[in-house]
Design a protein. Structure first.
Length: 80
């Protein structure tokens, strides 16, 4: 017994019928298209993760840092 009650011989017969109906060239084209679609999906997911990480880095980084010297400079400009 194979997958969910289907034996290996039944799977081979189904595969043979599919080959006879569609032919090897058409199946090869379908396989190539499916592989290209999976590759594109993986690339899109990777790009999305990279973008998400970049956004997180930008959020975590402060826009500007103001130290004590900046405060004292601002006070001296106010008094002038």
């Amino acid at each position: 017994m194979g997958i969910s009650g289907i034996s290996i011989w039944q799977l081979l017969i189904v595969l043979l019928i599919v080959l006879l109906i569609f032919g090897t060239k058409r199946l090869k084209g379908l396989g190539t298209d499916l592989g290209g679609a999976l590759k594109g999906f993986r690339k899109a997911m990777s790009d999305a993760e990279d973008t998400e990480q970049e956004v997180r880095r930008q959020i975590e980084q402060p826009d500007a840092e103001f130290g004590e010297s900046s405060k004292s400079e601002q006070e001296s400009h106010r008094h002038s």
